[in-house]
Ligand binder design. Structure first.
Ligand code: GLA
Length: 377
């Protein structure tokens, strides 16, 4: 897959050459899960799967979009304020943000080609939003190089305000700002970030479980975190985010479900710094990955039997350092880090045993920290 696929589709669908093709990757998070919307830290890498957006301005007021990988062609107006529930909502929202913040016309022709699996928790939606912002901004403001944080902010606004998903900033930041050979450490309270060298192989394991409950469960977890912060602020009014609370405060002031959710958030945020230190000193990563998975499974309750099974298989494989679920959870993907040959052995074990155990196949592939968004052609 390449920029050429999106450009060819553009020519077939719209009868002319695109003005530009830009692309943006999906991501996996190494550690720091469910911390971004709590003002904590995250450490994603961009994966070697991308979404290419070929785009051109047209006359009139109607936008038209096709995709190589999704059904249906979108026809919409940037003045529409309600999403359609279709795949093009992400680029529709992104084009509205570009028009609102950078100007440009209201009519666009678009063609999309992607090899980021959708519905697997690999941020295919962020990849589409970010690639659209980069491509459209290039045509609207030629010569202006937007800082990646600004690209990510526009893409994130598209997701929150137009599509209506109350996600944190991690996915758009990673897709816009990651660089090959590095993880991106992001402080989600103020959007600061730093690049941390990371050249290890990562096995991505997609449990291929439909994520029917993910949306409502995600919202319930967010609500729990908001409640927990409100309780903690009664004894410490200056506390700005849940991630900033200490474990002692959380254990003293909270109980039941909210205690467990908050305990995950504060311990997980601390693990990001510990993971970065371990990387810098060449120390083992396995214990931190295992602790993250346990906390997600037991305190945040966002794992699934399939994810737990995959993580157990990984821990049983000699040469695999560690594994955990990645992304929102409730199905979706796990990652394993280790020696390339050990990861291949794990992939073979999963190919052989997963279908018998779970009645359908899992997908696996090895990836490395890849580049974020860019202009391709
Ligand atoms: C989803 C959201 C992210 C983040 C993760 C959990 O992927 O889109 O913003 O909250 O879940 O870490």
């Amino acid at each position: 897959m390449s920029a050429g696929a999106a450009a060819d589709l553009f020519r077939r669908a719209h009868g002319r050459d695109p003005g530009v093709v830009a692309s943006a990757p999906g991501r996996v998070n190494l550690i720091g899960e469910h911390t971004d919307y709590n003002g904590g830290e995250v450490l994603p890498i961009a994966i070697d799967r991308r979404t290419w957006v070929a785009i051109g301005q047209t006359t009139g007021s109607v936008c038209s979009a096709v995709s190589r990988d999704a059904d249906g062609a979108g026809t919409f107006s940037l003045d529409d304020t309600a999403p359609s529930g279709q795949w093009w909502d992400y680029l529709h929202g992104a084009l509205r943000e570009v028009r609102g913040h950078l100007g440009g016309g209201s009519a666009w022709a678009v063609a999309v080609a992607s090899d980021v699996p959708s519905g697997a928790g690999l941020s295919s939606s962020a990849a589409l939003e970010v690639a659209t912002v980069v491509a459209a901004a290039h045509l609207v403001a030629p010569g202006l190089t937007l800082p990646f944080e600004q690209v990510a902010t526009l893409a994130h606004r598209a997701e929150r305000e137009f599509v209506g998903v109350a996600c944190g900033i991690m996915d758009q930041w990673a897709s816009a700002g990651a660089t090959a050979g590095h993880a991106l450490r992001i402080w989600c309270d103020d959007g600061r970030s730093e690049r941390v060298p990371f050249s290890r192989d990562v096995l991505v394991i997609d449990t291929a479980v439909p994520r029917a409950l993910r949306h409502s469960a995600f919202n319930a977890r967010q609500a729990s975190c908001v409640r927990a912060l409100e309780v903690l602020q009664r004894s410490r009014p200056g506390l700005a985010t849940l991630a900033e609370a200490s474990l002692a405060e959380v254990e003293r002031s909270l109980g039941g479900e909210d205690l467990r959710r908050a305990r995950h958030v504060v311990t997980e945020t601390a693990r990001v710094g510990q993971f970065v230190d371990a990387l810098r000193h060449g120390e083992p990563l396995g214990a931190l990955l295992a602790a993250s998975h346990r906390s997600l499974r037991d305190d945040y309750e966002c794992s699934s039997p399939e994810l737990d099974w995959v993580v157990d298989r990984a821990m049983d494989t000699p040469g695999v350092d560690g594994a955990r679920l990645t992304g929102a959870g409730w199905g979706g993907c796990a990652i394993a880090v280790g020696e390339p040959m050990a990861l291949d052995t794990l992939a073979a074990t999963i190919a052989a045993e997963y279908p018998t155990r779970w009645g359908h196949a899992a997908r696996t592939w090895r990836t490395r920290a890849s580049d974020g968004a860019k202009i391709d052609a």
